[in-house]
Design a protein around this ligand. Structure first.
Ligand code: HEM
Ligand code: HEM
Length: 176
């Protein structure tokens, strides 16, 4: 049976973002506990913000691509319930691809530091506000936890189908 793959563009963006997001989750957890005012903390925060904003741009490109192209339908071997679960997980993952960087950017905007995008300072649109910073930092943390839960479900779904020797499901999101 012919495997219906995602387009090469969708595959490249999927894996590029997957690697970057997993690295960002590890980096975020690591850097949050670094001593305040340390050079290492500043270095990681600056890098985290630049990669995070790059991910926001990639999410916009990805969403546009998703809307203008057609995703290959899942084969019939996947039960209707699993098809629904996959669709809901994918939609929620898309939502988190936006909530995660936007909450990070808003929280950073309420600090005294200007947010830089690979060295370019972005225009300031908010003054320092510790309460708002705290609120959006918490949203950023909670949404990271939700993202990790979705990711575990997503990967578990893929592994489940591979275990049942339905390896073509993985190949749908792989080059070939
Ligand atoms: C942060 C990491 C990840 C995110 C945000 C993510 C997101 C998504 C989304 C939204 C889709 C639906 C296709 C689309 O519309 O683009 C998808 C499909 C897929 N992902 Fe991921 N993914 C991630 C990591 C992974 C990993 C680590 C694996 C490997 C186990 C994986 C394997 C797949 C496969 C095989 C599909 C195709 C499913 C199908 O047959 O329809 N993904 N992913
Ligand atoms: C998809 C993109 C992103 C992911 C996956 C991500 C993930 C994370 C994670 C897991 C943490 C650690 C939370 C904790 O345990 O305290 C974190 C912290 C942080 N992130 Fe992000 N982030 C992203 C984008 C951004 C962006 C775009 C910005 C700002 C422009 C940002 C700013 C921050 C800041 C300032 C912290 C530290 C919060 C604190 O003070 O503890 N993040 N991020």
């Amino acid at each position: 049976m012919e495997i219906q793959r995602y387009s090469t563009t969708a595959i490249i963006i999927h894996w590029l973002m997957a690697i970057m997001i997993i690295a960002m989750i590890c980096m975020g957890v690591y850097m949050a506990d670094l001593p305040k005012g340390s050079e290492e903390r500043t270095w990681f925060f600056t890098l985290h913000k630049s990669i995070g904003l790059t991910l926001a741009l990639l999410a916009i490109i990805r969403l546009i691509w998703k809307l203008i192209s057609t995703s290959p339908p899942l084969p019939d071997i996947v039960s209707a319930t699993h098809q629904k679960m996959a669709t809901v997980t994918h939609h929620l993952l898309y939502l988190m691809l936006f909530i995660q960087p936007v909450s990070g950017y808003i929280s950073s905007s309420f600090t005294k530091y200007s947010t830089k995008f690979w060295g370019i300072p972005l225009p300031r649109w908010a003054d320092k506000n510790p309460e708002m910073n705290e609120l959006f930092t918490q949203i950023h943390e909670i949404s990271a936890i939700f993202l990790v839960i979705l990711l575990v479900m997503h990967i578990a779904g893929v592994v489940y189908h591979m275990k049942r020797k339905e390896t073509e499901l993985f190949k749908r999101m792989w080059f070939g």
